[in-house]
Design a protein around this ligand. Structure first.
Ligand code: B1M
Length: 226
């Protein structure tokens, strides 16, 4: 009985210590806890969903309550990114065959890239080929990347209400470049919802990284059927 309880207890401890280390922006502790979690047999996806993502939600709450300021938020984000690099090989291990080429970006004016990176990592794991054009991406840079890499899907992320309109600008730029017929546009990010995606003429909206994979496949299937 004891022997059966121990691993579960260890798993709980690793997950909570990882969450705390990320909230506190302790990159060294956080990456050590991530490695310890993996060594203890906790799946990468569980570490992500039960420690890293909730940690960032806590950081957001602390920021909203003015208990955290930008430097603390930045340190937490850096710790999370370092942990994601540790998890990356595990998360993309399921890769099977290239499905389509995807251009991913955080839109103009927006520097938040953790969610975007996560979505692209999941897509990569699902077999998509990824062209990451980074953060603060003006529409013309995204258009150029679609042309250069002959992408079939554009994934746009925005975390600020003030940068959401840059998604519409990007869709307009794709239209103006004559690319809109052959490229799907998937959008996401904490302030978005399906209604906004419909309003700006996106082909799909996903609330999280896991559902972004299914939505990407759905958008591409619809595009192929048109
Ligand atoms: Co900023 N920030 N931030 N920030 N930040 C938020 C977003 C905020 C909600 C915090 C708050 O007030 N509680 C708030 C936005 C308010 C609003 O507009 N409504 C905010 C603010 C105000 C700001 C600044 C303006 C602060 C300032 O300077 N005064 C500033 C803006 C800078 C800029 O972008 N121009 C700023 C800066 C920063 C840092 C640089 C310090 C840092 C970002 C570091 C980085 O990304 N490299 C940061 C952080 C870390 C946050 C919080 C705490 C965490 C964001 C995050 O990474 N979440 C955030 C509060 C919060 O979200 N709780 C906050 C974890 C990530 C996994 O989730 O990105 O939502 P998320 O992605 C999810 C889904 O949204 C979805 O899947 C992901 C995984 O499930 N998703 C998609 C995302 N993209 C998708 C695309 C898809 C599909 C799904 O398809 C293509």
């Amino acid at each position: 009985m004891r022997g059966r309880r121990r691993p579960a207890l260890r798993a709980v401890m690793d997950i909570s210590s990882l969450r705390t280390a990320v909230v506190e922006g302790d990159r060294v502790e956080a990456t050590a806890a991530t490695r310890a979690g993996l060594s203890a047999g906790i799946p990468a996806r569980r570490l992500l969903e039960e420690a890293l993502i909730p940690a960032m939600a806590t950081v957001g709450d602390l920021f909203r309550r003015r208990e955290y300021y930008v430097p603390e938020m930045l340190m937490a984000a850096r710790a999370m990114k370092a942990c994601m690099e540790v998890l990356r090989p595990e998360l993309v291990a399921a890769k099977v065959e290239p499905l389509a080429r995807v251009v991913g970006a955080t839109v103009q004016g927006d520097l938040h890239d953790i969610g975007k990176n996560l979505v692209l990592m999941m897509l990569e794991g699902a077999g998509f080929e990824i062209v990451d054009v980074g953060v603060d991406c003006p529409p013309d840079r995204i258009v150029a990347a679609v042309k250069e890499h002959n992408a079939r899907l554009v994934c746009l992320s925005a975390l600020l209400t003030t940068t959401m309109p840059a998604m519409r600008d990007t869709i307009v730029a794709l239209e103006a470049a004559g690319l809109r017929q052959r490229v799907g546009v998937l959008v996401g990010g904490a302030p978005l919802n399906q209604a906004y995606a419909d309003e700006i003429g996106a082909d799909g909206y996903a609330p999280d990284a896991a559902s972004a994979v299914d939505k990407a496949k759905e958008v591409l299937a619809r595009l192929a059927g048109d």
